[in-house]
Design a binder for this molecule. Structure first.
Ligand SMILES: NC(=O)c1ccc[n+]([C@@H]2O[C@H](COP(=O)([O-])OP(=O)(O)OC[C@H]3O[C@@H](n4cnc5c(N)ncnc54)[C@H](O)[C@@H]3O)[C@@H](O)[C@H]2O)c1
Length: 424
């Protein structure tokens, strides 16, 4: 493809990792005019077979993603592999001159982040991370409202992603034909070193630190993406996490309940605030809860998957008093002084009313996942990167991964949001 393709050029894509999300990203990409799938790579033969059933017998399939990167007819690769392969494939793909849509988290280890950023800068290719809430209208509306002072000065954010089902807790199906014949186990384990064959570690990879990034790396990233969109933040400075494997004692070596407290320093973009993050995989009834709640001095904004609610209450006009335990004469003196300072007013009308509530819902046809892909293909055509590039990717993945480190190391971790490096 020429450096700046015309609007009519077909963009030829290949997907590396065609499990759940790689397939979803492929289908969404194919719903965009001018996008054609030519190849897929996967390490389980059944998924390669299924790719042909879905997208036609003429697509090229392989176990070795490098065969895809070597093809000159492929402009774009979508990366839908487990997390331990994200940075390796991204860097190889950028070096091979491809544009990249890589699923979140952009990296499995913090140190890999700068390699991806450097590769993106050096090659000048487009890399967009697949956290679709970066393209969500509700988060962008919340950003506009926060900047306009709708909730006063931000001081705290609460964000959560709770689940209460087996599939939600990463208990995925294992196909009956799973074996070292149908799965390229050696290639799968190559980045981490030799491991004994274990179908669970292949099909339920999220539950193991070797291949996934735990609930913090995997799911906090969505919450941090939304938060960073709304606040325009570069990231936090201090992180503490705790939690444990409380319900899903199925051999996993990651937590199923994690709570984190995260401090964001004052910057030109936002005041100092504290973030409380939570994932609970046995949340007692709520099957799929997702939210980011922005608390300010004059209101609260709640952002969900597809709604934004703003509740506002102006601050009181006068501070009020608590004097009736004082001796009578002291009360009288206090009230005299008080009224001199705050001449008698009628009761604050706003304090008598319930909070003012505004609800924003995007148009019915707004699907963040589709919008995110549209933004990506538009960047591929115009060569103007969408803002969720490799740097944005590390600004969310880095603190999310540090939430895990804090939990594993049982201590407060420090992060430099400007240089995007761990300080302590
Ligand atoms: N944006 C979102 O909302 C969202 C949702 C789900 C998953 N994801 C992300 O998508 C990625 C994939 O998750 P999933 O749920 O689809 O997992 P999955 O297990 O369903 O699919 C992963 C696929 O990658 C293949 N694979 C593994 N190593 C490979 C390699 N080296 N080369 C080629 N193929 C390889 C596996 O065989 C498997 O088919 C993860 O990074 C996950 O965090 C994002």
């Amino acid at each position: 493809m020429p450096q700046k393709p015309s609007a009519n050029d077909t963009i030829q894509i290949a997907t590396i990792g065609v499990g759940g999300m790689g397939s979803g990203d492929t289908n969404t990409s194919l719903s965009i005019p001018g996008v054609k799938l030519v190849a897929v790579a996967d390490l389980y033969d059944g998924r390669l077979q299924r790719a042909k059933e879905r997208w036609g017998n003429d697509i090229f399939t392989t176990r070795d993603y490098r065969e895809i990167l070597n093809r000159r007819d492929i402009d774009v690769v979508l990366i839908g592999t487990p997390d331990h392969y994200h940075s390796r494939i991204s860097v190889d793909a950028l070096n091979a001159g491809k544009d990249v849509y890589c699923q979140k988290p952009m990296v499995q280890k913090i140190e890999q982040g700068h390699e991806v950023i450097d590769a993106q800068k050096r090659t000048g290719r487009i890399l967009q991370v697949g956290s679709q809430y970066a393209s969500s209208m509700v988060f962008h509306k919340a950003k506009e409202l926060l900047a306009a002072g709708a909730i006063g000065e931000l001081n705290m954010v609460e964000a959560w992603l709770d689940r209460n089902t087996a599939v939600g807790a990463w208990q995925y199906s294992i196909p009956p034909d799973a074996s070292t014949q149908t799965v390229d186990w050696d290639r799968y384990t190559a980045p981490v070193g030799k491991r004994d064959w274990d179908a669970k570690k292949f099909f339920r990879w999220r539950n193991y630190q070797d291949f996934g990034t735990g609930v913090a790396g995997d799911l906090y990233v969505h919450l941090l993406t939304g938060l960073h969109v709304v606040t325009n933040s570069k990231g936090p400075s201090k992180i503490y996490s705790t939690g444990g494997t409380r319900y899903w004692k199925d051999g996993r070596d990651v937590a199923d309940v994690t709570l984190s407290l995260v401090d964001y320093p004052k910057t030109a973009e936002h005041p100092e605030f504290t973030l409380c993050l939570r994932v609970n995989f046995a949340s007692g009834g709520v099957t799929d809860a997702f939210g980011v709640r922005f608390v300010g001095s004059e209101g609260v904004m709640n952002v969900g998957y597809s709604t934004l609610t703003v509740n506002r209450r102006p601050r009181e006009a006068e501070p009020g008093y608590t004097v009736n335990t004082f001796p009578k004469a002291v009360q009288e003196q206090f009230l005299k002084d008080y009224r001199a300072k705050f001449p008698e007013q009628r009761p604050n009308a706003d304090s008598m009313r319930p909070d003012k509530e505004d609800v924003y819902t995007p148009p019915r046809d707004h699907v963040p996942h589709l919008e995110h892909h549209r933004n990506f293909y538009s960047a591929v055509r115009t060569r103007k990167p969408f803002f969720e590039d490799a740097t944005f990717g590390l600004r969310t993945a880095g603190p999310a991964l540090l939430c895990n480190q804090s939990y594993y190391e049982r201590r407060i971790c420090e992060w430099d949001p400007v240089s995007m490096t761990r300080k302590a």
